[in-house]
Ligand binder design. Structure first.
Ligand SMILES: C[S@@+](CC[C@H](N)C(=O)[O-])C[C@H]1O[C@@H](n2cnc3c(N)ncnc32)[C@H](O)[C@@H]1O
Length: 540
């Protein structure tokens, strides 16, 4: 490696640096601490960036911290790296640091020596310091424990049924539930979880119990995976439900887990492929190599080495996952009753269109922002470019969209996956789990949807460690869509509690069932948070 001044760090305008678009580290929680360290000690290590485009490779947290401190210039060391090496360095920088171990005795000796100094902001929290320094630190230990907030008085009625829903639902009376919004196991063994591989979602007996407790005309939304929604749908129909529709939650952030057939053929034939460049276009990015390579992120492009591989160049095995389907089903109306009569008698049977309209500009709607109605009105009357219209006789209804505050709700809803702050709201007092605990527990590696994905052995504590947390946005919309005013929403598979949280925020009551004990404190913490929001916070 060249050892010249060119390689030395230089102070440059902070705004010239571009965070790497694929930085896999979740670092927001560390920014404050790093900012404290910069304030106290100065910039001890420069940021590393690619010379060609000033894309940051190492030091994203330092960069955010510097911005939070209002620094205009930061020390940067530029390196000449091609996009692949740049990305590898970014990964290595994050990962290799995790591999080193602490010599506990040496660490303890240093801390003992420095115990009269201010040890805050070094990266060790109070609990870790008391672990290292034992009694020397234990006087302050109590301060480190965060007490759970006092329970909130609320009109939200919530029951958590602890155990197997096949048994626990039996405690619920017939025809007593207004709606069911649920996210059952997808039966794909996600993250090695046994609960995601039991077959319960395909069990007609389960759906019969849901049918029994639901009021006549009551609706149910049940999520599934694109690969397993069909047997679940069949089981729901067999239990007696009418299948009304499918609703897709669109999220767009999934990664294609595709196998590059051409590369596979070359590997199979023992032929090495020549690297011919580094890609910016999408086509090859979808195959092989780094699974999370996204379009334009600089993956290596190789040339087929054999005629067979040439023939199958461009073939793969999977699409980019961008949505999760849910079945919208309804328990039949009471025999002999029309929708109107059923709604009047039971409050159930219809869906709440107006409360669920897609407000103009709301990204939940990803379709065209304007709709030309001229094919129905010859471009003359009632032209309204922002409303839907599918048939002339329905025009008036749809053309009210603006007055009613939004578009007619569609059977697709876009919102991103739940952020960490959303998942962990109300869990500040809980003892979290480290990334290593997660890996050990699962006997496998962290998956892309796992909140702990990418968290290493030394990662900070993850408090909502449920691996499949749904976003509150879509669950609130679904609860609102199918639950009558003051109704009770049931979720037989509560997980970390998102359905009940959403029901609470929407002003409904909720019953949830969950059999995995380690999720109970998470549910309880999130519910208390939702109750506080319902009583004091904003409604949206
Ligand atoms: C897909 S997760 C639900 C995640 C939830 N939507 C959230 O946002 O946190 C399914 C949950 O169902 C639970 N479960 C699986 N089988 C169950 C059963 N037979 N009875 C009760 N709970 C069950 C699992 O423990 C898991 O937490």
């Amino acid at each position: 490696m060249e050892n010249s001044e060119e390689n030395a760090a230089q102070y440059i305008d902070i705004d010239k640096l571009v965070p790497h678009p694929d930085n896999p580290r979740i670092n927001d929680h560390a920014v404050e601490e790093v900012a404290g360290s910069i304030k106290r000690f100065g910039f001890a290590a420069p940021i590393i960036a690619r010379r060609e485009d000033s894309v940051v490779l190492c030091g994203h947290t330092r960069l955010k911290a510097a911005k939070s401190l209002g620094l205009s210039k930061v020390p940067v060391r530029f390196m000449d790296l091609d996009p692949v090496d740049a990305k590898l360095l970014m990964l290595a920088d994050n990962k290799i640091g995790e591999r080193a171990d602490w010599n506990d005795d040496a660490l303890q000796a240093i801390f003992e020596e420095l115990q009269d100094e201010d040890l805050s902001g070094l990266g060790w929290d109070e609990e870790e310091l008391s672990g290292i320094l034992g009694d020397l630190y234990s006087e302050d230990e109590e301060e480190a424990i965060i007490e759970p907030p006092a329970p909130v008085q609320s009109d939200f009625n919530f029951t958590l049924l602890k155990g197997n829903c096949l048994e626990k639902l039996k405690e619920i009376p017939d025809n007593s539930i207004d709606s069911i919004v649920t996210d059952p196991p997808y039966e794909i063994g996600f993250m090695g979880k046994g609960w995601d591989d039991s077959g319960i979602a395909f069990n007609v007996e389960l759906w019969k119990e849901c049918y029994r407790v639901l009021k006549h005309g009551g609706h149910m939304v049940a999520f599934s995976a694109t690969r397993t929604v069909h047997p679940m749908g069949v089981a729901i129909a067999k239990a007696g439900f009418e299948i009304r529709d499918m609703i897709s939650w669109l999220y767009f952030s999934g990664f294609p887990k595709s196998h590059d057939v051409s590369k596979g053929i070359d590997r199979h034939l023992g032929s090495e492929r020549e690297v011919v460049g580094y890609g910016e276009s999408g086509k090859n990015a979808l195959f092989g190599g780094l699974q999370n390579t996204e379009i334009g992120s600089g993956h290596s492009i190789t040339k087929p080495a054999t005629p067979e591989a040439q023939k199958w160049e461009g073939w793969g095995t999977a699409l980019k996952p961008s949505y999760e389907p849910a079945i919208l089903a309804r328990k039949p109306l009471e025999k002999g009753l029309s929708v109107a009569e059923n709604v009047l008698k039971h409050g159930t049977g219809a869906i709440n269109i107006d409360a669920c309209r897609f407000a103009y500009g709301d990204p939940c709607w990803v379709g065209p922002q304007t709709e030309n109605l001229s094919r129905y009105n010859n471009g003359k009357e009632n032209y309204n470019p922002t409303s839907f219209s599918f048939a002339p006789d329905e025009r008036t209804l749809y053309n009210n969209s603006e007055e009613k505050g939004g578009r007619w709700p569609a059977n697709i809803y876009q919102c991103p996956k739940a952020s960490r702050s959303e998942r962990e709201a109300g869990l500040e007092h809980l003892q979290g789990k480290s990334g290593a605990e997660a890996v050990d527990r699962n006997e496998g590696s962290a998956g892309l949807d796992n909140p702990r994905a990418g968290a290493g052995r030394t990662a900070d504590q993850v408090k909502n460690f449920h691996p499949t947390v749904k976003p509150i946005g879509v669950m609130r919309w679904l609860c609102r869509l199918i639950t009558p005013p003051n109704g009770t929403v049931l979720d037989p598979f509560l997980g970390s509690g998102t359905t009940a949280v959403s029901a609470c925020l929407e002003g409904f009551d909720a019953i949830g069932c969950e059999m995995t004990e380690e999720y109970y404190p998470i549910i309880e913490g999130r519910i208390e948070w939702a109750k506080r929001e319902r009583e004091h916070g904003p409604k949206e």
